[in-house]
Design a protein around this ligand. Structure first.
Ligand code: CDP
Length: 238
């Protein structure tokens, strides 16, 4: 996305110059999984280690959800939301409120709308085709990367963990930010969001048939990274 400001979306830049001409399919890693499965931490770290660009696709839906909440839009109005999605600016993905629970819930509501998803597909694919200069591949994390956005990705990981483990991780993350949500609230929000993400008709959360499952319930972030890096090394010969 050379015409967009470079600092958004949690991009990780690689030191080398890109060697592929525009339009060439670059090596890609798809990282999908349910709420708070650790895919963001894993994806970001993997991208850095491989010298790939990283896109947190959840930030697109969160940015849209945050604006919709702010403007008091009807979260079921697919057309209005798709129109907004098509006009999202890079700064919308950098808002400081993106990680709030309410924004996550709104993100999941707007993400269920087919028109909204359609409006965001091209952006994600363009990023994978032409990441910021210097990056030799891409890592995208989300819910439908391996199934819809990049079905040809050479490596697909589906990261998961038990509900309790994930709720505990998200609870600690929120606590560290001074958020007063209780563990019980976090667990119930997580269940509601997973259920919505899994049951929607368009691009539901599910592992691609060729995805490798990575259950991190009993793994530290370090162990999850090491496993993913091993798989990436086998796939890309890194
Ligand atoms: O970090 P966390 O697992 O809480 O969520 P996220 O990745 O930031 O995604 C927020 C919400 O956006 C999800 O609950 C999904 O509803 C939606 N999403 C999606 O539908 N498709 C994606 N590729 C990424 C996120």
């Amino acid at each position: 996305m050379p015409d967009r400001p470079p600092v958004d979306l949690g991009l990780v830049r690689a030191p080398q110059a890109a060697s592929s001409p525009p339009g060439t399919r670059l090596p890609a890693v798809a990282v999908d999984g349910p709420v708070a499965s650790g895919k963001g931490t894993l994806g970001r770290r993997l991208a850095k280690a491989l010298g790939f660009a990283y896109l947190d696709t959840g930030s697109l839906y969160r940015g849209l959800g945050a604006i919709a909440l702010e403007q008091g839009l009807d979260l079921r109005d697919g057309l209005a939301l798709a129109d907004l999605a098509a006009r999202l600016q890079a700064s919308d993905f950098q808002r400081s409120d993106l990680r709030q629970e309410a924004v996550g819930q709104a993100a999941s509501q707007v993400a269920a709308m087919p028109d909204v998803r359609a409006a965001l597909v091209a952006f994600q694919r363009r990023f994978a085709e032409a990441p910021p200069s210097g990056c030799t591949g891409v890592v995208l994390d989300g819910r439908d990367i391996g199934t819809v956005i990049l079905p040809d990705a050479a490596l697909k990981l589906f990261v998961t963990a038990s509900e309790e483990t994930r709720a505990q991780r998200r609870f600690l993350e929120l606590q560290n930010k001074g958020d007063s949500a209780t563990y019980a609230q976090v667990l119930s929000d997580l269940k509601a969001r997973d259920a919505r993400d899994r049951s929607r008709t368009t691009a539901p959360l599910r592992p691609a048939e060729d995805a490798i499952l990575l259950d991190t319930s009993e793994m530290s972030a370090e162990q999850a990274f090491e496993r993913a890096f091993d798989l990436a090394s086998q796939t890309f010969g890194a």
